[in-house]
Ligand binder design. Structure first.
Ligand code: TYD
Ligand code: MG
Length: 452
């Protein structure tokens, strides 16, 4: 009988060891190293060795490489296409991570149902009936989507060979197991092996593969970090489960930028694309309330108007509280210090709460001015006109600094019916014939003059 081969893996970072030890030397976690049985025949291929056509690739001049094949597959979903960088690339492997129940299966099933291409949806988590029930709610008439419930990669490849799908979706990578490895599904060595087989399959047949991955409680995709290095694109599906909005972003993308954002709304019949997010991110209210200001930001290539809410109140306890949701708390403290020092507002003994509505997180510095305006408005209890919006960065000496792509922001604000936008005096603006009033300011005191 062949000797059983085992190796020790750190369940946290995926490092490999020859023998057990208490602490992982690479990630320094204690008690994470576990023994896994691996048994590899000489060849692990996505096809059985006999049926594999042996191809040897030759070097080609870069000008001779045919790039027409790189035309992307249209996923029939505007948000998904944009986050991928214009559609899916042939032969690419995309990993979609996200918390349980956030809607990963819903998103990919919905895309699979809408596609014009022959799609194979492999599920190791739900039965065919359960998927059918869900599909009926989302899109009852789809004619190109095949559902397979299977967890063994060799069987999946057998079905793929028979069906020859154009796209394969795997829900989820942690449920797969390969015959070549004996450890249980979801273990580091299984995840690595199954992903390697899928990569080989994707590259050899030019079929794009979408993988769903679970995440651990600290927000990383479960399994070795190496998994993220192996795939071409890592997408993250996030959002507050209590909010209806879901945000799709790319953490890694070999074929496009990583600063595009896709926004969806969870409805009873699946996820709806939100193609004009500004309208939903600005809450509707009767009358003007103090402490609200609108920022003209840019996420990726898309301008986005978002609402900033501030609440400034006298501190009840000795130490005032500062809390920010969706905004960097250190940056909030810095802005408060600038307001105190440069504009003479005594905020040192006040509680300040800041919230970006819609549950999204912004790191565009152009939001600074709206944050300052919201704080001033709440502090003075004076409502800002709801047709004002802001786009500028605030410097340490209270100067209002220019931001990139200001013209795009101005045009978006104009499109949404804002009457005035506050921007830095130092921004070069070539726009002519705008209906919106462009208010140029250079110091934080200027803003105070306008608002209070
Ligand atoms: P699911 O896709 O199963 O999450 P994941 O695969 O990321 O674990 O999403 C489950 C949630 O989505 C569930 O809480 C109910 C909600 N949902 C809807 O609100 N509407 C729908 O049409 C569907 C299919 C799900
Ligand atoms: Mg799921």
């Amino acid at each position: 009988m062949a000797k059983v081969k085992t190796t020790f893996f750190c369940q946290n970072c995926g490092s490999q060891y020859a023998k057990w030890q208490g602490q992982c030397t690479s990630c320094k976690e204690w008690n994470t190293i576990a023994e896994e049985v691996i048994q590899k025949p000489e060849k692990s291929d996505w096809k059985t060795p006999t049926s594999a056509t042996k191809r040897v690739s030759k070097p080609l001049l870069i000008n001779e490489i045919d790039s027409s094949q790189e035309a992307r597959l249209n996923m029939q979903d505007g948000e998904f296409n944009r986050v991928l960088g214009g559609g899916m690339v042939h032969g690419s492997l995309t990993l979609l991570g996200g918390e349980p129940g956030i809607g990963k299966s819903t998103l990919l099933l919905q895309i699979a149902l809408k596609l014009q291409y022959k799609t194979l949806y492999v599920s190791g988590e739900e039965s065919q009936k359960q998927i059918k029930m869900r599909a009926e709610r989302i899109n009852p008439n789809s004619s190109n989507c095949y559902i397979l419930t299977e967890t063994k990669t060799q069987n999946i490849f057998k079905q793929i060979e028979a069906l020859e799908p154009d796209i394969v979706v795997i829900d989820s990578i942690q449920t797969l197991h390969s015959d070549y490895i004996e450890s249980s599904a979801g273990s580091i060595s299984q995840i690595k092996e199954c992903t390697t087989e899928l990569i080989k399959f994707a590259k050899e047949t030019s079929t794009p593969v979408l993988l769903i991955g679970h995440i651990t409680k600290d927000g990383n995709i479960a399994g070795p970090k190496i998994l993220e290095h192996m795939v071409d694109t890592v997408l993250q599906f996030e959002g507050d489960r209590n909010h209806v909005f879901r945000i799709l972003r790319a953490n890694k993308n070999r074929f496009g930028s990583t600063n595009e954002l896709g926004i969806y709304e969870m409805q009873g019949s699946g996820l709806r694309e939100v193609s004009n997010p500004s309208e939903i991110l600005i809450s509707e209210k009767d009358g003007e309330l103090s402490g609200n200001a609108i920022a003209a930001t840019i996420e990726g290539l898309r301008p986005l108007m978002i609402e900033v809410q501030a609440l400034v109140s006298t501190a009840v306890y000795g130490t005032p509280q500062r809390s920010a949701t969706g905004f960097n708390a250190k940056r909030l403290n810095m802005l408060l210090a600038v307001l105190e020092k440069r504009a003479g507002f005594r905020l040192g003994a006040k509680d300040v709460f800041l919230n970006i509505t819609g549950g999204i997180t912004v790191d565009d510095p152009a939001i600074d001015l709206a944050v300052v305006a919201a704080i001033l408005s709440s502090n003075e209890d004076v409502a800002l006109p709801s047709t004002y919006c802001f786009a500028a960065e605030v410097g340490l000496s209270g100067e209002i600094r220019p931001v990139q792509r200001v013209e795009q922001r101005i045009l978006e604000a104009e499109k949404l019916g804002f009457s005035t936008i506050f921007v830095s005096k130092y921004n070069k603006i070539a726009l002519k014939n705008t209906v919106i009033k462009i208010q140029l300011i250079s110091k934080i005191e200027d803003l105070v003059g306008f608002l209070v």
